[in-house]
Design a protein around this ligand. Structure first.
Ligand SMILES: Cc1ncc(COP(=O)(O)O)c(C=O)c1O
Length: 412
């Protein structure tokens, strides 16, 4: 076996994907963009016939949802969903402590209090820890479907029904995924999606919500458009609109996603198998409710003890050199995140007890801390790797394991 690539040897592969590519439709993106341009009307006005209206219809149908509404970002999709459900000042909202800062920002930006709950070996919220976080002020739960796993929606919905709580699914990572054959984002009161550049279905920036309630749909439409009343529903707000050009691109991205989602699911299962065949690493638990897994990143857990204590970052770098892809760790848990410090912002200085309640350092999240330290995460482009080549990932990990002493010696 050759020396490790990061120590100057030959890598296991310089092309993990072979000839395989994930399906894209730039032709349709261009076509719809031109259609929008030629129409001369470039906004998301409800009842119009532009790209925004068309995308909303197609996106709802693809997700088995009654309604879909576009908004300007994934962060605001969560925020508007919470406000449409009547959540605001002083209310508590439960969410996992391991997520992008947006999930919690959406809560503090409506003067509510984010309550962090630890995650489990799916990287999603641990349902066993939710009930003890519920108080008389709790109004909602935001399960975040992180990377290529889904939160346990059966248990979360059971708890929400028992305590009369609303559920807003944060689906920023999981366009096209399915839970018990239902489109993700249709199980709670709202599903909130991001269409920001790094996401598998994106328009540079953008967001959307799915809902099964006509009343809630019209509230979102009012909220995104300055609190106007397009029906009996209106909610005071500023502007959170998106342009028809973004919707045009999303239509092309959705067309590609129709073909891509089953491929990502199949390839993701093969990548999981590659991890379960490799030493000193562990795949994330995949819940039975997941009937199609489509995610934003591929993640697994590394055990430094099986590598003589080799630091996770050294393992990630060695693996990157063997297969020619980048690997990082998860987001920092929110109580360690450099991008989550709401207690320092004047807007949030409502009173001393509120400021205390939103101070991230009040939380202890041992599981989130542990997985942050030793997770190995690659961007969703890895899902292009076909099952016939996923053994290369196992080969790379076996090679690193066999030559761990060389890495340990080099690290001294
Ligand atoms: C889990 C999660 N929720 C919400 C968001 C917010 O999306 P946006 O960047 O579109 O506001 C992101 C973005 O990365 C995310 O990863």
């Amino acid at each position: 076996m050759s020396k490790l690539a990061c120590l100057g040897g030959k890598p296991v592969t310089t092309n993990l994907f072979g000839k395989a590519k994930l399906h894209t439709r730039p032709d349709l993106e261009r076509k719809y963009l031109l259609e929008e341009y030629d129409s001369g009307v470039w906004d998301d006005w409800p009842g119009g016939n532009g790209q925004a209206f068309k995308f909303e219809k197609e996106w709802a149908r693809f997700s088995d949802s009654r309604f879909a509404a576009l908004v300007n970002s994934g962060t605001h999709a969560i925020q508007l969903a919470l406000e449409a459900l009547g959540i605001g000042a002083g209310d508590e909202v439960i969410l996992p402590g391991l997520t992008w800062q947006a999930t919690a920002c959406a809560v503090v930006d409506i003067n509510a209090i984010p309550i962090f709950v630890d995650v489990n070996d799916t990287l999603c919220i641990d349902p066993r820890k939710i009930e003890s976080a519920i108080t008389r002020n709790t109004r909602a739960i935001i399960p975040v479907h992180l990377y290529h796993r889904l939160a346990d929606m059966d248990k979360i919905l059971r708890i929400s029904r028992k305590y009369g709580l609303k559920v807003v699914e944060d689906c920023a990572h999981v366009h096209g995924a399915r839970w018990r054959k239902k489109g993700i984002g249709t199980l709670g009161d709202f599903g909130a999606f991001s269409h920001q550049r790094s996401k598998p279905m994106n328009s540079g920036e953008g967001g959307s919500v799915l809902t099964q309630s006509e009343e809630l749909y019209w509230r979102i439409v009012s909220q995104r458009s300055c609190g106007r009343a397009f029906s009996d529903e209106k909610v005071h707000n500023g502007s959170y609109r998106i342009s028809g050009f973004q919707a045009a691109i999303l239509r092309g991205q959705l067309a590609a996603m129709r073909r891509r989602a089953p491929v990502i699911d199949r390839n993701g299962i093969a990548l999981d198998k590659a991890i379960s065949d490799a030493p000193g690493v562990k795949l994330l638990r995949r819940l039975k409710g997941i009937t199609r897994q489509c995610g934003y990143g591929f993640a697994f857990l590394y055990d430094p003890r099986a590598y003589g204590g080799l630091a996770p970052q050294k393992f990630r770098e060695a693996l990157a050199a063997e297969v020619g892809l980048s690997f990082g760790s998860t987001y920092a848990p929110l109580h360690h995140s450099e991008l989550y410090y709401p207690h320092l912002k004047k807007r949030h200085h409502l009173n001393k007890s509120y400021t205390r309640a939103i101070t991230p350092s009040r939380w202890e999240l041992p599981v989130a801390d542990d997985v942050w330290h030793r997770s190995v995460v690659s961007p969703w482009s890895i899902f292009a790797c076909p099952p016939s080549r996923s053994h290369l990932l196992t080969d790379a990990i076996v090679k690193i394991h066999e030559q761990r002493d060389d890495l340990l010696a080099a690290a001294v």
